[in-house]
Design a protein around this ligand. Structure first.
Ligand SMILES: C[S@@+](CC[C@H](N)C(=O)[O-])C[C@H]1O[C@@H](n2cnc3c(N)ncnc32)[C@H](O)[C@@H]1O
Length: 236
């Protein structure tokens, strides 16, 4: 077991979460209830967000023991351990998911590596055959607001359609191009991505893809219906 490491992607996730939390501060009311997070990783990205937003509290979960160990060190070094806590375990077994969401907003850069099976470089990053299993599970968990990374090669059309069926709209998003790293560049994964894109389930260039961090909302007070723009930004 190892810890997820992808500096550009984590920075994009952290920056985008910060922007969306700021832009929708009133409607999301996170200063009152805090937010929960699926997948802490090394915590550096969101620890910086917690430091930048003094009224933010985050309760995070990760299934990877080395990640949790490293995350706790990073959180302590940044001096935000009182407002950013990490528990080892499956997010969906947590009290929030089991008893219905106690808070209104969940954030995640979830596992989205598509592959025929879990036998990949970091198995905790497996997102199912199409890559979007965890995103779909998150959308079905009952949170009114889901701020979540969506990758261009992980069936984003399926994700946006399912979100719509569940009563979500894409309020807004931030998209960025990323180079293939060790996880998506693993030959078995790369070949699988090529097949998925050929089947029309997403987009990837020879060595690059797109990731958008999007706010999916069921809240009628939050305007915006940008699912089509999101898919265009992801090149699909
Ligand atoms: C793509 S990494 C993102 C890490 C970090 N948020 C970042 O952006 O740098 C996804 C993380 O989710 C964790 N994970 C996978 N399945 C999970 C689950 N069911 N519950 C909690 N964490 C999970 C993995 O161990 C991994 O650390």
């Amino acid at each position: 077991m190892s810890c997820f490491s992808s500096a550009d992607e984590s920075a994009h996730y952290g920056f985008s979460v910060c922007m969306l939390l700021e832009q929708y501060r009133q409607q999301l009311a996170w200063a009152d209830g805090g937010v929960v997070e699926l997948g802490t990783g090394d915590a550096s990205a969101i620890a910086d967000v917690v430091r930048a937003l003094p009224d933010l509290r985050v309760r995070s979960y990760d299934i990877s023991a080395p990640s949790v160990e490293r995350a706790r060190r990073n959180i302590a070094e940044r001096g935000v351990a009182d407002r950013y806590t990490v528990e080892l375990g499956d997010f969906f077994d947590s009290a929030d998911a089991a008893g219905g969401p106690a808070v209104g907003t969940v954030i995640a850069n979830p596992p989205y590596i598509p592959a025929p099976d879990r036998d990949i470089l970091m198995p905790e990053l497996w997102g199912g055959v199409h890559g979007n299993d965890l995103v779909l599970q998150l959308l079905k968990a009952g949170y009114p607001n889901v701020i979540c990374a969506v990758a261009s090669y992980s069936d984003p059309v399926g994700t946006v359609l399912t979100a719509g069926d569940l009563g979500y709209r894409v309020a807004n998003f931030l998209a960025m191009g990323l180079d293939y790293g060790p996880y998506s560049g693993e030959p078995k994964v790369r070949e699988h991505i090529r097949r998925l894109c050929a089947e029309g389930r997403g987009w990837a260039g020879d060595d690059e893809y797109m990731v958008a961090v999007a706010l999916f909302t069921q809240d009628p007070d939050i305007p915006g219906d940008r699912g089509t723009q999101l898919l265009k930004a992801l090149q699909v």
